[in-house]
Design a protein around this ligand. Sequence first.
Ligand code: AMP
Length: 277
Amino acid sequence: MQVITSIDAMQSLRYPQGAQIGFVPTMGYLHEGHLSLVEASQEECSKTIVSIYVNPSQFGPNEDLTSYPRDTERDLALLESMGVNYVFMPTDAIMYPCGYKTWVEVLELSKILCGESRPEHFKGVCTIVLKLINLVRPNRMYMGEKDFQQLTILKKMLQDLNLPVEIIACPIVREQDGLAKSSRNVYLNSFQRQQALCLSLALSQAQDAVQSGEVDASIVIQKATDTLQNAGAMLDYIRVVDCETLTDQILITKHSRMLIAAYFGKTRLIDNALLKA
Ligand code: AMP
């Protein structure tokens, strides 16, 4: 496994002719969710490159940039044991050198849902992912449905900017009890960890209601809200949206996705699910 830390080394990296390059961008502190993306890439591509970079520009001023969990040694050992070909680990100084001025934003989609409480977040995500794509030059990029709005926004960015990269959306990997795996789960104390189960519970209750014939999104949202509030979650938002446009839906269709963001103490978690099988 080759670990690359400079722009020059990344730009001068030559892949074997005809190789399909699969790219998995991450912020490190890897868990099975990340590793499922690596596995998907390895199944479909001839070379897999993973980036580990905690991108400061996607964190708001009062967010957890400095406390974001990091364990590079463990991450590299895991990726090496999986047979990953390359890891790109840039620093802030090379990604955002003094005088950096260029930003990429997908309008509208970036300002709704998570964008309401994190107004600059997706601008930071789009900018760093575009920079990484330019450096890595992948054919395919593997991303989790866990961050569903991010996935939708990045698909739009690739389409609008005519980038020849295919996004492969991979399913959410969960703990045995249903909690979606997240690097931020480590912040939860044991009480909050138990409380946080209401996210997956609310989503599965919503799926059950739809399965039993409920088509009114407001009723499904109300039931899920009750579940979250009864567990003591501090709700940021809960919505039923069209999975392509992210616009609110009144009636549930095959394209309806429920998206939730909620706080457990200071920890903000997100989760989502397709409502109709
Ligand atoms: P992050 O390190 O949180 O920026 O995540 C890097 C990638 O891993 C993103 O594409 C996430 O959507 C994906 N990811 C994070 N958690 C999960 C999960 N539980 N299941 C599947 N993919 C995930």
